[in-house]
Design a protein around this ligand. Structure first.
Ligand code: FAD
Length: 273
């Protein structure tokens, strides 16, 4: 149960508190995860960060910068947010959660079935961490299970120009996703390049499917069944209340294959203009 709640007025103060209490304290933004912890992972000290105003969204011709405190609903509503992120945000369960949950909290929660992390990984999104000028990729942050304070997320315009696909499967519209997938790639003269494939719900964290990326890079797109087969072999989902291992492997293959199809269709539409 929460015993102490700190309300730092600056990012530096928040970082100092975290350095002081380390694993005894967690940051809290929207609180949708922190307030749902069971007794085994509950914390006694919470460092509230809502008042730090990390909720600006800005664009330059080179990149989009999204504050860590931007809510999931803002990702849908703000015209400055790239459509890739708005679409992924719309996959969240319901408006109550979307109004409170933040993009920074979503990344730091590092849930395997996050609706945002796969597309952020596929876009090579980078994080500005408090007290550091060296950007860290979202993928590095989640795979190294970092817990440093995220100030903002930066996505380069050149990555936003890549055709993409985002898919998810959930049993009902108001249930968390079972499998989430996102792909970005370029295709020129039928040859695939600069491909990123990310999937959630298939391992402890969202993972990049590097075997598939290597198979696609520099080659023509293979048949959908070959893509599904490669995904099937690369992933190790766990059986749980939402599905068994074979079901999830099958879903992952189909969703990744659909994402690639969506990206390819995006290219065809763009080239037809
Ligand atoms: C009923 C319910 C439904 C949900 N549905 C979905 C869904 O559909 N899709 C989905 O992806 N997720 C879902 N979630 C999970 C959760 O809502 C999201 O992960 C959400 O984005 C977390 O954001 P938050 O601001 O509420 O995080 P908090 O609860 O405030 O924090 C979560 C974790 O992130 C850390 N943290 C927060 N902000 C930062 C920061 N700026 N820098 C570093 N660490 C930080 C905290 O210390 C904590 O460890 C759901 C949760 C619940 C309870």
């Amino acid at each position: 149960m929460i015993q102490e709640f700190f309300k730092p007025q600056t990012v530096a103060e928040a970082v100092t508190l975290k350095e002081k209490y380390r694993d005894e304290a967690v940051f809290m933004a929207g609180g949708t995860d922190v307030n749902c912890r069971d007794a085994s992972s509950a914390v006694e000290k919470v460092i509230g960060i809502e008042q730090l105003a990390l909720n600006a969204i800005s664009e330059t011709d080179k990149a989009v910068l999204i504050g860590a405190g931007v809510t999931i609903q803002d990702l849908i509503d703000s015209p400055k947010v790239p459509e890739q992120l708005s679409k992924a945000a719309a996959h969240f369960v319901n408006r109550n959660i979307r109004n409170m949950a933040t993009i920074g909290g979503n990344i730091a929660s590092n849930n395997s079935t996050s609706n945002l992390i796969p597309i952020l990984v596929a876009l090579d999104a980078e994080l500005k961490l408090a007290g550091s000028d060296t950007p860290v990729s979202v993928y590095e942050y989640i795979t190294r299970e970092m817990s440093r304070l995220i100030e903002s997320i930066r996505i380069l315009s050149e990555n936003l120009e890549k055709p993409y696909g985002i898919r998810k499967f959930s049993h009902t519209a108001n249930d968390i996703s079972v499998i989430v997938a996102a792909v970005t790639l370029n295709i020129r003269n039928e040859i695939v390049s600069n491909v990123r494939v990310a999937a959630g719900g298939v391992s402890k964290h969202v993972m990049r499917l590097k075997e598939l990326e290597n198979k696609l890079e520099g080659n023509k797109l293979p048949a959908g069944t070959e893509i599904e087969d490669t995904v099937n072999k690369a992933v190790s989902p766990l059986k749980d209340i939402r599905g068994g291992v074979r079901f999830k492997k099958y879903l992952a293959g189909v969703l990744v294959s659909d994402c690639i199809y969506d990206a390819q269709t995006g290219i065809e539409k763009r080239d037809a203009k």
